[in-house]
Design a protein. Structure first.
Lengths: 111, 113
């Protein structure tokens, strides 16, 4: 599976959009991009995933560049409860073996 | 709908003791996983299962065993506990690894002294 690079930490003001970047320059054509988050001491929570097209659900939007080498997770109106570690994961289609979690980005939403 | 349930939530073991971490899901998911998370680190896959009767090793399987006799249950066994196994253990399940996300349990915090 392709390796991902994320900034170790970011701050965001409450009510503003939080834009979390992820670089996956070695991604291959059949690898999905997944985003999870982990609020302190809890199990990770699935947020969103995509292959090529931009995706949106009730939690967030995922923007994937045309060359698929990077992506951005957007939380449109961040709240204090969005403070968490956010993991960007690239995973091979058909692979049940690995959802490899790196060190992620610690997002702190400030009041 | 309970999702993924892990028991116990906390446990202290002495070196050399054994225990089983329980994991059960009520979503009829075929895929189940065990991860461990050391302080300040990401999650590492211990074992996984693609269905009842089928299990396979992940990244860090040494010192652990699993079984999958039913779709619902995926227990993790520690035979001879060592301090290096002090960690938080998460169980997860998924309907399909490609099209859906994983649902994680709330974790078991294990300390080996």
């Amino acid at each position: 599976d392709a390796k991902t690079t994320q900034p170790p930490s970011m701050d965001c003001a409450e009510g503003r959009a939080a834009n979390l970047p992820c670089n996956h320059s070695t991604i291959s054509g059949n690898e999905y991009v997944y985003w999870y988050r982990q609020i302190h001491s809890q199990g990770p929570q699935y947020i969103i995933h995509g292959l090529k097209n931009n995706e949106t659900n009730e939690m967030a939007s995922l923007i994937i560049t045309e060359d698929r080498k990077s992506s951005t997770l957007i939380l449109p109106h961040a709240t204090l409860r969005d403070t968490a570690v956010y993991y960007c994961i690239v995973r091979l289609t058909g692979s049940a073996r690995q959802l490899t979690f790196g060190s992620g980005t610690q997002l702190t939403v400030l009041p | 709908n309970a999702g993924v349930t892990q028991t116990p939530k906390f446990r202290i073991l002495k070196i050399g003791q054994s225990m089983t971490l329980q994991c059960t899901q009520d979503m009829n998911h075929n895929y189940m996983y065990w991860y461990r998370q050391d302080p300040g680190m990401g999650l590492k896959l211990i074992y996984y299962s693609v269905g009842a009767g089928i299990t396979d090793k992940g990244e860090v399987p040494n010192g652990y065993n699993v079984s999958r006799s039913t779709t619902e249950d995926f227990p993790l066994r520690l035979e001879l506990a060592a301090p290096s196994q002090t960690s938080v253990y998460f169980c997860a399940s998924s309907y399909s690894p490609e099209s859906y996300g994983y649902t994680f349990g709330s974790g078991t915090r294990l300390t080996v002294v």
